[in-house]
Design a protein around this ligand. Structure first.
Ligand code: S3P
Length: 192
């Protein structure tokens, strides 16, 4: 059954998290279940550049790719009600976090290094994991990113062992609760 995300007026939903944390799958669930537009940053950037993410890294370097990510977020300022599946490195730049916060809520999807490993082990489209596809490396990189990921997040969702529908519903419930809280808070502000 399709439902509309009533109460989410004017906001985008940014899904952040480590590579393989399920951002794209969850975005696609939310898009279908709540009739929201979805966009996947890596896919959009790759299409725009006419080449794969590994080719962008190889040809232009990581810094160039990171600038494309920021430019993509700036373009999203105009959008409303879009579910955005972000690349895993997006929350590492403070300007990206500031962009996401301007017109959206930021949802962090967490998963264990073991779960991540299972999801990424057979793919070759993530340059940062090439030659490093093992649980120890994933855990180490995750540890380095943890603080920034958590600081960027409005809501944190633990995903290990949960079905995508359960994750999607948990996100929507928490986002709508947050909107309600903000509205009440603003209302109280006006009274005083
Ligand atoms: C990256 C994550 C990838 C992609 C690029 C770099 C990262 O996206 O943007 O390979 O720095 O974590 P996914 O998180 O969608 O795999």
């Amino acid at each position: 059954m399709e439902r509309k995300a009533y109460g989410l007026t004017g906001k985008n939903i940014f899904l952040i998290g480590f590579m393989g944390s399920g951002k794209t799958t969850v975005a696609s669930y939310l898009g279908k279940a709540y009739q929201m537009k979805t966009t996947e940053m890596d896919g959009a950037i790759s299409e725009q550049e006419g080449m794969s993410i590994p080719d962008i890294f190889a040809l232009h370097g990581e810094e160039y790719f990171r600038r494309l990510e920021t430019a993509f977020l700036i373009e999203l300022r105009q959008e409303k009600g879009v579910v955005v599946s972000c690349g895993g490195g997006v929350p590492m730049r403070s300007e990206n976090v500031a962009e996401m916060k301007k017109n959206g809520r930021v949802i962090l999807l967490e998963a264990s290094p073991e779960t991540i490993y299972e999801r990424v082990k057979d793919s070759n489209d993530r340059p940062l994991l090439e030659g490093n596809k093992n649980i120890a490396y994933i855990a180490e990189l995750m540890g380095k990113r943890k603080e920034k990921y958590e600081a960027a997040a409005d809501i944190v969702i633990e995903t290990d062992g949960k079905k995508v529908s359960v994750i999607g519903e948990e996100i929507m419930r928490k986002v709508l609760e947050l909107e309600q809280e903000k509205k009440e808070h603003e209302g109280r502000g006006k009274e005083n």
